[in-house]
Structure formats: structure tokens, C-alpha cells
Design a protein around this ligand. Structure first.
Ligand SMILES: [Zn+2]
Length: 279
């Protein structure tokens, strides 16, 4: 039953859970300077409805570019030395909000809980938050997967991002599929435009504003294995988990800074909590 003070309780002002002013801030100017003199080390093209892995040494840069047509990518990150440390979408969302852009970071799972990568350039930063509450590069979605697809529509579809990432990780690491699959985790949805409906709070997607030539570029704070899937939803304007949407490849390029360009930077250590949990 609605209490007599319902209006007063609902009128309480919200407070931000994790004010970002105490987060260690990245030295973005240093990264941008180091990037200016960097040389290209490698590139990987992720085919439509497929996944691919790439290696990024600590202190290097990686850029994900839209080529040929609007396409969304589902990104996983792993510590290259310990695959149990991986991107932590939920905490990244709690720290930075539902979508990330320049100056914000992709944080790793506990107990390490440290920055894995820092966004240094985002050509879609202009998009901001639209009238529907939508924005780009989401850390709220999970990844399209064949289990949810089976639950909702039945059938066996093998090119959801979850499966694309699983196959790519297995191939890159040599792990069998059944060991690679549990390592796949909630993603950063590169170029995907999403939000929550204001009236019902439901997760929505809309056509990505990305166009060929747009890119997001990140600085690897630790040595990384990146794993990227070119989502079967294409620009995610209508449907996913099928071969219906038009899909395009995504380009990943890795850049090495010049020696000495990162003077003063060091790779972040794992989180300092002592893990005694009060015992
Ligand atoms: Zn997908």
C-alpha cells in the first residue's frame, strides 16, 4: 500500500555512488604526447559475425576503427599474464557511468581492480547523451549470446558475440572451447548506442551513429589480450542473434610509443586491499 509520505520519500535527491574526484586520474596529456610519436606495430581485421584476438603490450595503444559501414563491436580484455584478471563491466559502470569516453577507463575484476585501459581518443564523443537517454560505448549490455537467444526464440545460432569471443579466445590461447568459454565476460560495447527507457527502465539499442573512419583509441595500462567480436546485430538498429542485419568488419591497430615517451608512467599495481576480509 502506498504510504502517506510516499511523495516525500520519492522526492529525496539522489547522490552519486562513486564521485569520480577521488579516482586516480590518468595523465592524459602524457598519453596523447606519447601517442603522437608512436609507430604502428600490428593490425587485425575482425570479419563480420566473427571474433578475433590481439595482443597489446603494457604502455602501447590500440585503436578500433569502423570500416566499410556502421558496425558495433563487443570487446573483452584480459591480463595477458593471468586470464582470470579481466574487464569488470559492472564496476566500470559504477565508477564512470553507463557509457565511457575519453579520459575514462576499463577496470579489471577483483582482487586486482586496477585500470586495464584508458580511452585517449573517441571520435564519437560529440554524441553525448541523446533525448532518449542513449549514448555510445556502453558498459551496461552484456553481449549477445546463444543461451538468451535460445530462451527467447529457440534454435541454435552460433555467431552471437559470446560464441565469436569464445572461438577467438580458444584459438588465440590454445585452450579448449569449454575452458575458453567461462573466461568470456561482459563486454564494452564499442560504437553501440544504448540506454534505458525512461518509462519502463528497459535496456534499449538504436542505430549506432558510427560511420567509417570513426574510432576509439585506448592506452594499455597493463599487458593485454584483447578480444573483439563484430556483432551479428551490425549497427544494432533492429535485430541481433541472427544473420539478418547487414554487418561489416572492424579494424584493430596496435601502436608502440617511442622509447622514453612515457617517462614518469608506470603500469598500475594490483589493488592494495589486503584480502584478510576482517578475519
Ligand atoms: Zn553481439
Amino acid at each position: 500500500m502506498r504510504p502517506s509520505d510516499a511523495d516525500a520519500r520519492r522526492a529525496v535527491e539522489p547522490v552519486v555512488c562513486y564521485p569520480p574526484n577521488t579516482l586516480p586520474a590518468p595523465d592524459l596529456a602524457l598519453y596523447v604526447r606519447a601517442r603522437a610519436g608512436a609507430r604502428k606495430l600490428a593490425e587485425t581485421t575482425v570479419p563480420p559475425r566473427q571474433g578475433a584476438c590481439f595482443d597489446v603490450p603494457a604502455g602501447h595503444f590500440f585503436r578500433i576503427t569502423s570500416v566499410e559501414g556502421p558496425q558495433v563491436g563487443d570487446l573483452n580484455l584480459f591480463n595477458a599474464r593471468d586470464l582470470s584478471e579481466r574487464f569488470y563491466s559492472g564496476k566500470t559502470r559504477a565508477l564512470h557511468g553507463t557509457h565511457i569516453t575519453t579520459g575514462e577507463r576499463m577496470w579489471s575484476s577483483v582482487p586486482a581492480l586496477r585500470p586495464m585501459a584508458t580511452v585517449i581518443h573517441d571520435t564519437l564523443q560529440w554524441y553525448g547523451i541523446d533525448e532518449f537517454g542513449g549514448s555510445v560505448h556502453d558498459v551496461i549490455g552484456t553481449r549477445c549470446d546463444p543461451y538468451t537467444h535460445h530462451l527467447l526464440a529457440g534454435g541454435q545460432y552460433h555467431h552471437c558475440c559470446h560464441s565469436n569471443l569464445t572461438r577467438a579466445l580458444a584459438e588465440h590461447t590454445g585452450l579448449p572451447l569449454n575452458e575458453a568459454e567461462p573466461l568470456v565476460h561482459d563486454v564494452m560495447n564499442v560504437f553501440m548506442c544504448t540506454g534505458f527507457t525512461r518509462d519502463t527502465g528497459q535496456y534499449f539499442m538504436k542505430a549506432s551513429p558510427v560511420r567509417p573512419g570513426d574510432y576509439i583509441e585506448l592506452f594499455a595500462e597493463i599487458g593485454l589480450i584483447g578480444c573483439l567480436s563484430a556483432c551479428p546485430g551490425g549497427d544494432c538498429s533492429t535485430t541481433h542473434s541472427s544473420d539478418v542485419a547487414t554487418c561489416y568488419p572492424l579494424l584493430v591497430e596496435v601502436f608502440a610509443p617511442e622509447p622514453g615517451a612515457l617517462e614518469g608512467w608506470s603500469s598500475p599495481e594490483p589493488n592494495g586491499y589486503d584480502r584478510s576480509h576482517g578475519v
